[in-house]
Write a protein that binds this ligand. Sequence first.
Ligand SMILES: *Cc1c(COP(=O)(O)O)cnc(C)c1O
Length: 400
Amino acid sequence: MSDSSDPSDPAGWHPATQAVRGGVKRSSHGETAEAIYLTSGYAYGSAQQAAARMAGDEPGFVYSRYANPTVRMLEERLALIEGAGCARITASGMGAISSVMMAPCRAGDRVVAASALFGSCRWIVGTLMPRYGIETQFVDGADLDAWKRALSKPAKMVLVESPSNPLLDGVDIAAVAELSHKAGAKLVIDNVFATPVLQQPLQLGADIVAYSATKHMDGQGRVLAGAVLGEPDWIEEHLDPYLRHTGPAPSPFNAWVVLKGLETLDMRVRAASASASRLADFLAAHPAIRAVRYPGRADHPHHAVHDRQMSAGGTLIALSLDGDRETAFRFLDRLRLIDISNNLGDSKTLACHPASTTHRALSEDERAAMGLDESWVRLSIGLEDARDLEKDLTCALDGL
Ligand SMILES: *Cc1c(COP(=O)(O)O)cnc(C)c1O
């Protein structure tokens, strides 16, 4: 926030206001809802103007793989909410993460990442980047000595997800940011689980924040989208050429859906997080459950880190049933309101069995190293009345 006393200064607004009004550019029609500029190209008044636009000598749009007015509104809105100098929107969360990791790296560079990452992020770092001669290393995100050792040598990029999927591990962002900078690296935080409502990685010292906007930002399970936020200099130097020439540009329609989703992000995330907090306590007390992992609960092994970094526990809960895969499947099949789905951050509450779905590509050893056995279920809490969710969970758990 700025010190401005001007009520029309977007930088002075609180995030919930920025999420509703940030980035709005009305056309001459004065529409209240943002316009969908579903256009791939732009026409110029003269050949001279076309040349000037393409040369970057005159501001304006040239082609929607480069930029688009609806997408630009979303970028400006998101940058305001995040407190970032600059934002770029991509067609999916993986479009954002793959671009941010590949764009600045060259053969011979080093990349360090926390081992608890979204499956496709792990593939980018563990499989794709080494094919191009980039040296990559995974560390236990909670082990600061491991970070110190890994970042005692120069590195280009560091990738962290906190809280992570699916056990909601926490990484000390400020400490890893300091070590990353000493190693000459930029720290990227995949902030999907926390959302900008509950955690602001840039304020903790991170350089870049990446999102799957598919999750809470759309928040209603409609479209895929991704976002990268950071300093304009870095984005213009490294990311823009990569995005322009490789083409993970979003559809303006999808950008518009996310733009409208952001208007309710603050209240949706706070409401779902309050329900999740209540349901985590209910689940932890149930005899059919061996363990609950929720960032807002004092018994989470990384509660201290989450408590410093997040303003609430978030919308995701991991629970370990007293049993094995068969017990977990039976539990999921007994749910009558909550859907079985590997998506998350939706207004509908969703449940999945990570070991057989989102994390099935990992080896058994890799899952064991994460503490992820077959008894775990991940819940993404939505916007239904928590009493109905509790009833569904109770009916599924009782008599398991
Ligand atoms: C979903 C997700 C992604 C990938 O996003 P898509 O929009 O599905 O491409 C990356 N990181 C995390 C933590 C996610 O949950």
